[in-house]
Structures are given as structure tokens and as C-alpha cells.
Write a protein that binds this ligand. Structure first.
Ligand code: SF4
Length: 246
């Protein structure tokens, strides 16, 4: 499951003038300044906000180092401490290999390779006091349209993909299948996953695009994310076989 894992701590209910509110008490409330331990960078890269747009457009954070959690995709919500369907695109910095460690984190020296140009969430995060990051966390999210709307043809492709493979459609088909066990809905779901696989392949073959761009443009492949909806992907002898988790 993807989502920023920046915030560690526990939730408490506090009484305020306006009534009860929930607050995260940091596990690190015993410290009062950054010790450059790198823990936050190892727990997942930041999600980007409109304030980060210049960093991406200026090339400090290249698109190929980002991925998109698409609207409706299950994602960790650190404030509500639960897994929620994303309300909009959430654009995040990729991890290193299969780890959560931010791609710009240098584990050898415990430093950020883009420290002077790090994202808003990285700048406001104080692991001992999460008030500021809680305040900005779900505001002004940067979305794909902000970054590529003007690139001729590219936004059309993103829209076409979104129309055919939206998580609303996926969720509806999964719900239908779970309710009625009708194989039609499972077949339609598998058709969408297969379409998406071919769509990605075609983009690379026809345009010569860097494959590292795909997860930003079209989100993570459905072949990976579909397991969050209870569908198994068994890859065997170069074939994907999808079936509901028994
Ligand atoms: S961009 Fe830099 S500061 Fe932010 S999580 Fe990555 S390595 Fe850490």
C-alpha cells in the first residue's frame, strides 16, 4: 500500500474551545530539533503539493522519479490513520528498489540529495511536532493535470487511460462480483487489466517513452494494484492469470 509514512505516533482526543479534536502525539516528542537520523526519508517519500510545482517544472524533481496514486486508489491516509480511496491524484516521490526509502535519500551519508530543493512536506515535517504537516497534508495536492496539461497529446492519453481504467469502474466491478459472484463482472475486470497492460506496452513501443515515466503518467500498473481489490495475479510462463482471492 502506498502513501506517505512520514507520520509516526499515536492519536489522542483533545478538548479545545471548538470541541473535541484528534491530534497525533509524536513518538519523538522528547526531541526538539532534527537530528538528521533519516528515519522519515526511509519511511516513504513525500506527496507533492502545488507549492512543489516549480521543483518539478525546473527539473529538480524529474517526472520519472514520481509516481501517481490515482483518484479512487486505496492509499494510506496518515492523518485519519486508515486506508482510504484517494480523493484526487496523489503524486509521490518513488522509493528505492522495492523499499519505501525515498529515491533522493542517500543512506550512506544519511543525507537528502536534493536538500536545497526538497518538497514542501519534507520542509515542514518535524517528527517531534506534527502540527504543521497535519495542517498542509491534504491541502493543495499537485495533480497530473497541473504538470502536463499543455503537453500536446499527452494529457489526452492520460484521460483516455483514466476513462477506461478508473478505480471507480474497478471498484464497481469488484463490488458486483462480490455481491453476485457473476463471472461477467470478473471477466470485464480482467479485460480492463489486460487492456491496461497492452496500453502501457504500446506507449513504450510506439513513442519510445522512458518506461520510468509510466507510473507518473498512468499510476502504478493495475497488474500490481489489483491485489488491493482482492484479485490475485499469478504470473506464470510469461502469462498473467487473474482470479479472485479464494
Ligand atoms: S526528498 Fe529528501 S528530505 Fe524528502 S524524503 Fe526524500 S530524501 Fe528525505
Amino acid at each position: 500500500m502506498a502513501g506517505s509514512l512520514f507520520l509516526t505516533g499515536f492519536r489522542v482526543q483533545c478538548e479545545t474551545a471548538g470541541g473535541l479534536m484528534t491530534k497525533i502525539i509524536s513518538e519523538n516528542s522528547g526531541i526538539d530539533k532534527c537530528r538528521r537520523c533519516g528515519t522519515c526519508c526511509k519511511k516513504g517519500g513525500p506527496s507533492l503539493h502545488l507549492e512543489d510545482r516549480e521543483l518539478v517544472e525546473g527539473g529538480m524533481i524529474p517526472l520519472k522519479h514520481l509516481f501517481t496514486i490515482r483518484k479512487g486508489e486505496p492509499a494510506n491516509d496518515n492523518i485519519r490513520r486508515s486506508i482510504q480511496p484517494a480523493a484526487t491524484d496523489i503524486i509521490k516521490i518513488k522509493g528505492q528498489g522495492n523499499t519505501l526509502s525515498c529515491r533522493f535519500f542517500n543512506p550512506k551519508d544519511n543525507i537528502c540529495k536534493i536538500y536545497e530543493h526538497r518538497a514542501l512536506e519534507c520542509r515542514v515535517l518535524k517528527c517531534w511536532d506534527t502540527e504543521e504537516i497535519e495542517r498542509i497534508y491534504s491541502k493543495n495536492r499537485l495533480v497530473r493535470k497541473d504538470l502536463i496539461y499543455k503537453v500536446a497529446g499527452l494529457w489526452d492519453l492520460v484521460e483516455e487511460h483514466q476513462q477506461r481504467c478508473s478505480y471507480d469502474i474497478i471498484q464497481n466491478l469488484v463490488s458486483l462480483y462480490n455481491r453476485d459472484k457473476k463471472t461477467d463482472s470478473m471477466k470485464m475486470l480482467i479485460d480492463i487489466i489486460n487492456y491496461e497492460m497492452h496500453f502501457r506496452r504500446l506507449i513504450i513501443d510506439r513513442s519510445g517513452m522512458d518506461p520510468e515515466m509510466l507510473d507518473f503518467l498512468f499510476g502504478r500498473p493495475l497488474t500490481d494494484t489489483i491485489r488491493m481489490f482482492g484479485v490475485e495475479n499469478n504470473f506464470h510462463r510469461n502469462l498473467h492469470l487473474f482470479r479472485p482471492v479464494p
